[in-house]
Design a protein around this ligand. Sequence first.
Ligand SMILES: Cc1cc2nc3c(=O)[nH]c(=O)nc-3n(C[C@H](O)[C@H](O)[C@H](O)COP(=O)(O)O)c2cc1C
Length: 169
Amino acid sequence: MNKSIAIIGSSRRNGNTGKLIDWIAGELGIGIIDLSTKNISPFDYEHKNADDDFLPLIDQLLKYDNIIFVSPVYWYSMSAQMKTFIDRVSDLLFVEELKDKGRGLRGKVGYVVCTSTSDKVSDSFINSFNNTFSYLGMEAGGIIHVNCENGFNPDRCRNDVVDFIEILK
Ligand SMILES: Cc1cc2nc3c(=O)[nH]c(=O)nc-3n(C[C@H](O)[C@H](O)[C@H](O)COP(=O)(O)O)c2cc1C
């Protein structure tokens, strides 16, 4: 089985970020899970949402070595869909029966694929992923950021995409 999987959280699946990950995933022959198609509710201290799509999704992700987090930059941060998913990872740290799954994330390699309308991706965006990977015992594998100020233009990012694909091969 392929060792990489991508999860995308964007407010439009076929927007700039979607086009970027479709290209990368197509080259690598890997799957993409769209968080917008999942029923994942915000973190609940009482875990009354334990039956939503979060745990089956985690079980699926744990089968892979590399997890590619795909998000546009929205207000210097990750998308709300991605943030909701990452908040729920807290379930794996707090709920006794789920702690094995949380430990299962240790040693996985996290990658970030993102777009924005700036030349440089905000530190706050990058740090939120890198700090999360570090807290969970994951390794930070690499990032690709594409400036989509004038829409997604493959010619502007071809070299970066080729380099990024190379580290995941
Ligand atoms: C709600 C919202 C907030 C945004 N915030 C930022 C930002 O803080 N910095 C930036 O460079 N671009 C920002 N943008 C631009 C998007 O990052 C950019 O258009 C991106 O390519 C959109 O990807 P998508 O088509 O997957 O939504 C924002 C766009 C939206 C809709």
